[in-house]
Ligand binder design. Sequence first.
Ligand code: ZN
Length: 188
Amino acid sequence: MARELIQAIRQSRYLTPAGTRNAFNALLLVLCLQWLYACPEKTIIPVMGAQPYDWNPYLFWDCPWLTNGEKHKGIDIIKKYGTPILASTHGIILYSGDLGKYGKAMIILSPGLRFHLYGHMSRMNRFVFPLVLRGTEIGAVGNTGTSDCPHLHYTIFSPLPDFRLFEKNNSGWLKMFFLNPHEVLTQQ
Ligand SMILES: [Zn+2]
């Protein structure tokens, strides 16, 4: 009986190397999500040494250089090329790579189910495990993608709409899904 049981366990597809790895990854993901859920959301300015006067708070939504009614949906933190970019919150790196007009970009999921986009980076640090703590250096300020000068484009997106932000105009509904990083970074 014992021998049959061992045989059955050995033959189980869950105990193949790939199956074990998948189960391990799933467990790790669940633990990470739990960790994110339990973490308080505190946000720091994501460029080393930057202060609120390093970005224009009025350019969060409407931006003079964007045409066709496109909205900016973020702030541009202007700092010297190569200045370290820091994770503004704890989080999981969901994406790290080329993202069209945002150039070299990273998307990090933080507590409160918020997605933080870091764009125009000159370089991106590599992580063996995609978990970052608030203040971890993730890359450096650059000029990649559609950008005229070295800066960090920083957007905070929430899949849970804030209905108070709804506006009766063309892209007013979109506003419900984006937090104003200026407010998030300065009102804590
Ligand atoms: Zn921008």
